[in-house]
Ligand binder design. Structure first.
Ligand code: 5MM
Length: 341
């Protein structure tokens, strides 16, 4: 393990003013999003779409790392440049999703555990050769009646820790993503309790397995009320509760925390991140974004599966990246959206 390299890569991923673009949708997820817009679910369309996401050279001003899917890291842009090389050329560290997805947790109805450890050492070595310098593994935790169970939290945290050690052994920075889903009727207090329990368990397992905390990035959910909760907490309270939770679970050696968006609207995700950075002057870690949907959805609609729309759609994602870049500094305001429009 080259700890200095891991630290340097992690620092580049969460550099001031920058965050991470999650463009690692597996085929089922990508197909679902394309189908909603009537876009053909073909390999060529996925390639064209991802070419569009990285078309603007200025993306490198706001994006420090991009998470690719297995298919994409083996493809070239429409100009014939391998995606990992395109990323490096515009100053973005290439990364790769390495989990094999969340599967039903045996004997625990309604709960999931993420798979993908078998053969991971060999896959990581190949991804490193293909240009990846960091990896991502996502655990999914559902809030519901009597869940999550302790068994679910422990199983997922243990798998995340095993994955993280394998990544560091292979000189890849692990993004550790314990996602507590935002779906449900739960209150923000319940979200806090479950998120706290999930993160505490993750750091216990990371420590147990000997993961170098200086060479990783945490990708958590924000502490929000469930989407169907009758009284949803406002932006200030989300920021306050999320920071309170992170302060009690995340050791100061962790260089960066890059939030997932989890189905929030684009502007909501940006506002929440901004509020946290406006509040948190003395935090030990950088607070940034690693959004999938909240960076991509407007651009996907603008592209709509038509190559003639690539240039316009590339400007749409560049705008969202710029807004989130401002939020990492606590300098975003909704007026900036209108000014740009
Ligand atoms: C981009 O979506 C990622 C891939 O999901 P699947 O493996 O289910 O296809 C996902 O892991 C993503 O990186 C995070 O969940 C954050 O995405 P959002 O959309 O929540 O910001």
């Amino acid at each position: 393990m080259n700890l200095q390299q891991l630290k340097d890569v992690a620092a580049a991923m969460v550099a001031p003013g920058k965050g991470i673009l999650a463009m690692d949708e597996s085929h089922p997820t990508c197909n679902k999003r394309f189908e909603k817009l009537g876009i053909p679910t073909t390999e060529d369309k996925r390639r064209e779409y991802r070419h569009m996401l990285l078309k603007a050279d200025e993306m490198g001003q706001y994006i420090g790392g991009a998470i690719l899917f297995d298919e994409t890291i083996r493809q070239t842009t429409l100009d014939g440049v391998p995606f990992a090389e395109r990323l490096q050329a515009i100053g973005i560290v290439p990364g790769i999703k390495v989990d094999a997805g969340a599967k039903a947790l045996a004997l625990h109805a309604g709960e999931k555990v993420t798979e993908g450890l078998d053969g991971l050492r060999e896959r990581l070595a190949e991804y490193y050769d293909l240009g990846a310098r960091f990896a991502k593994w996502r655990a999914v935790i559902t809030i519901g009646d009597g869940i999550p169970s302790q068994a679910c939290l422990v199983a997922n945290a243990h798998a995340l820790a095993r994955y993280a050690t394998l990544c560091q052994e292979a000189d890849l920075v692990p993004i550790v993503e314990p996602e507590v889903l935002m779906d449900g009727t739960h209150t923000i207090e319940r979200s806090y309790d479950v998120t706290h329990a999930a993160q505490a368990q993750v750091f216990e397992q990371l420590e147990e397995q000997g993961v170098a905390l200086e060479g990783m990035v945490l990708k958590p959910n924000m502490v929000v009320s469930g989407y169907e909760c009758p009284e949803r907490a406002d932006v200030h309270r989300v920021a306050e509760q999320t920071i309170r939770c992170l302060k009690s679970t995340v050791p100061p050696q962790v260089p960066g925390i890059a939030f997932l968006s989890g189905g929030q609207t684009d502007e909501e995700a940006t506002e929440h991140l901004n509020a946290m950075n406006a509040l948190g002057a003395d935090l030990p870690w950088r607070l940034t974004f690693s959004y999938g949907r909240a960076l991509q959805q407007a651009a996907m609609q603008a592209w709509n599966g038509d190559a003639a729309n690539i240039a316009r759609a590339a400007k749409v994602i560049l705008h969202r990246a710029r807004m989130n870049g401002a939020a990492t500094r606590g300098e975003y305001s909704p007026e900036m959206e209108r000014a740009a429009a």
